[in-house]
Design a protein around this ligand. Sequence first.
Ligand SMILES: NC(=O)C1=CN([C@@H]2O[C@H](COP(=O)(O)OP(=O)(O)OC[C@H]3O[C@@H](n4cnc5c(N)ncnc54)[C@H](OP(=O)(O)O)[C@@H]3O)[C@@H](O)[C@H]2O)[C@@H](O)CC1
Ligand SMILES: Nc1ncnc2c1ncn2[C@@H]1O[C@H](COP(=O)(O)OP(=O)(O)O)[C@@H](O)[C@H]1O
Ligand SMILES: [Mg+2]
Length: 287
Amino acid sequence: MVRYNADEVIAVKKISASLINRVIQPRPQESHKGTFGRVLVIGGNAQFGGAAIMAASAAVYCGAGLVSVATAPVNRSALHARLPEAMIIPYDDPQLMALIRTVDVVAIGPGLGTDELAASILSHTLKTVKDSQALIIDGSAITLIAEHQLTVSHARTVWTPHQMEWQRLSGIAVRDQTPLANQTAATKLPGTVIVKSHRTELFTPTASYENPVGTPAMATGGMGDTLVGMLAGFIAQFGLSDDVVSAAVYAHSAIAEELAKTNYVVLPSMLIQQLPNYMQRAAAAQV
Ligand SMILES: NC(=O)C1=CN([C@@H]2O[C@H](COP(=O)(O)OP(=O)(O)OC[C@H]3O[C@@H](n4cnc5c(N)ncnc54)[C@H](OP(=O)(O)O)[C@@H]3O)[C@@H](O)[C@H]2O)[C@@H](O)CC1
Ligand SMILES: Nc1ncnc2c1ncn2[C@@H]1O[C@H](COP(=O)(O)OP(=O)(O)O)[C@@H](O)[C@H]1O
Ligand SMILES: [Mg+2]
């Protein structure tokens, strides 16, 4: 689709519903947890522990094989109680860098905060992550990269800024965030940029996409953290590609739309609960 604005023309493809069935496949019989990928979520300080719990929960509930969380020690009991499937390491543990090297997907930022410890964890993570791994950079990690002008050169990066985080990172004021301006700024960053809003845009090195689904029922804290976990879980299971990233973005909003038919607000935990059922229907080509 070509979108015409007053002073710009940019080719934007709408993500199509059929992509879901192409990406989400029935699980092979001959498989084990390792088949479905290892995810590490790094986030959740003392104030924002819920963000790490929601991200990790979304990764587990969409099917990632093994999920670990590096978080503030104070979040240990809550995370264990809420998500016993996840493994936990304190985010200031010296073993964290060794753990990073063992996973397929690292997702950093949900609820990480922007203090000195958070900045140090982020810069060590950026130095440690290997070329073969996928790296999702969200929330506080985006704010820190903008504030400290950190350089990210990792090609397999997925950025998930909301509009204010995108303003901080790109320097483009929210009101000036046109598709052309966003696309131009995104090409200066490695990997894929997902600019989240009521109609989220994706900019990959080769194409631009728009998410045609979503609902104001999603406008509640933690909904972006949930997307991070879904992206991590999708990439862990199905690999990193334009299709897989687009499918995660689409599914996040499509599930919310389904739930919004009978619910005034869709909470992240409601969406997360719905994930196994949605994934099953998608794998059976019933969505
Ligand atoms: N339960 C938890 O633990 C939770 C923890 N969280 C974690 O908290 C950390 C901080 O993240 P954050 O997003 O809450 O704060 P920040 O980066 O300052 O941005 C807010 C500013 O941006 C503005 N704004 C403009 N456009 C916007 C848009 N489209 N979408 C959103 N905002 C938009 C907005 O404008 P306003 O709302 O005032 O109109 C406001 O001025 C981060 O690590 C995150 O993961 C959260 O996930 C919540 C649940
Ligand atoms: N009005 C809306 N319509 C559609 N989607 C929305 C709306 N409001 C928020 N969202 C979606 O919810 C998510 C919010 O992300 P974010 O602001 O990072 O949340 P948080 O950091 O609180 O988890 C994004 O995926 C965004 O597209
Ligand atoms: Mg967010």
